[in-house]
Design a protein around this ligand. Structure first.
Ligand code: NAP
Length: 302
């Protein structure tokens, strides 16, 4: 039996693993897709205290090495359920294995929101992408579009401007949600054309994307833009569905305050999947520490 099972190996989950191992707890970390979670998609992190600049990938790998060297055990398996309770102990079930645990930390974060238009799934991997850092290099010298108005979208546009011949940055409002510094950089970049207030309403292409249709939010007029790629960056949706009967949720986010304690004793939540207002790398790491120390206290109290 593990003292603590952590579900999700993003910045919150891996920070929790570092704190749990340093407190001497046996720790198993489950991850469904990729170590690092969403931060891997961020080309450059420039707002993590004391680190001036680091790629999201390097940040994630550094955290993974730190947690592994401290003795956390990682399993690449999607978790499907948490069973049991605080008194009799929990069992975390994945598709392939199960692990008994004294305490559980859910750090499953969120996954990319899709636009929900026709052919989006069919053209994913054939011009439609949710990760500029993963797929941007395929479109060197080509014309591409980014859809979204948050930090991810603007960072993606800036990153792609270093590769593509032209980047259309499409957003549904004239004001961007992204940090002003990033918006100013995008506006000053000759390769980036800002297209607002518009939304992507259609995708054209048989084997691969060749154009997108864009509809104006003010007058409803539609225009076609020829592009080889569309990078969708319109936010995330929480990934806590398998736990909806186990812990109280609100709009898919697990309800917990700054103490990271859920409605179920012995189960904690850390990172973007928690009900909170600021979802940043720093707050994910902070949640990881808080949830791990709370879980350690809980395990010691048994
Ligand atoms: P976000 O901040 O939630 O922004 C999502 C954007 O997509 C918004 O501009 C939103 O428009 C738009 N949007 C949402 N649903 C849409 C829809 N159905 N159709 C069209 N547009 C839609 O998401 P994010 O940019 O991925 O960032 C997520 C979190 O990570 C944020 O807290 C962000 O600050 C943080 N982040 C930080 C860094 C960094 O610090 N380096 C990098 C990346 C992300 P509206 O603005 O109109 O709502």
């Amino acid at each position: 039996m593990a003292d603590i099972v952590i579900i999700g190996a993003g910045p919150a989950g891996m920070s929790a693993a570092v704190y749990a191992r340093r407190a001497g707890m046996s720790t198993v970390v489950y991850e469904a897709n990729m170590f690092g979670g969403q931060i891997v998609n961020t080309p450059e992190v420039e707002n993590y205290p004391a680190i001036k600049k680091i790629s999201g990938f390097d940040f994630a790998m550094g955290l993974y090495e730190q947690a592994s060297e401290l003795g956390a055990e990682f399993r690449m398996e999607p978790v499907v359920a948490i069973q049991g309770d605080a008194k009799s102990g929990f069992t975390v079930r994945s598709e392939f294995s199960s692990e008994p645990a004294k305490a559980v930390i859910i750090a499953t974060g969120a996954s990319n929101r899709h636009i929900g238009i026709e052919d989006e799934e069919r053209l994913t991997g054939h011009g439609v992408s949710y990760c500029a850092t993963c797929d941007g290099a395929f479109f060197k010298g080509k014309e591409v579009a980014v859809f979204g108005g948050g930090n991810t979208a603007v960072e993606d546009a800036l990153y792609l401007a270093g590769l593509a011949s032209k980047v259309y940055l499409i957003h549904r409002r004239n004001q961007f949600r992204a940090e002003q510094k990033l918006v100013n950089m995008a506006k000053a970049n000759d390769k980036i054309e800002i297209v607002t207030p518009k939304i992507v309403t259609g995708l054209k292409g048989t084997d691969k994307l060749t154009a997108i249709s864009v509809t104006d939010m003010a007058d409803g007029r539609e225009q076609m833009i020829d592009v080889d790629a569309l990078f969708v960056a319109i936010g995330q949706i929480p990934a806590a569905e398998p736990f909806k009967t186990v812990v109280d949720q609100e709009n898919g986010y697990i309800i917990a305050g700054e103490d990271c304690k859920t409605s179920a004793e012995g189960i904690f939540v850390a990172g973007d999947g928690r009900t909170k207002t600021v979802r940043q790398l720093t707050t994910a790491a902070s949640d990881g520490a808080v949830a791990a120390l709370a879980a350690c206290d809980f395990v010691r109290s048994l």
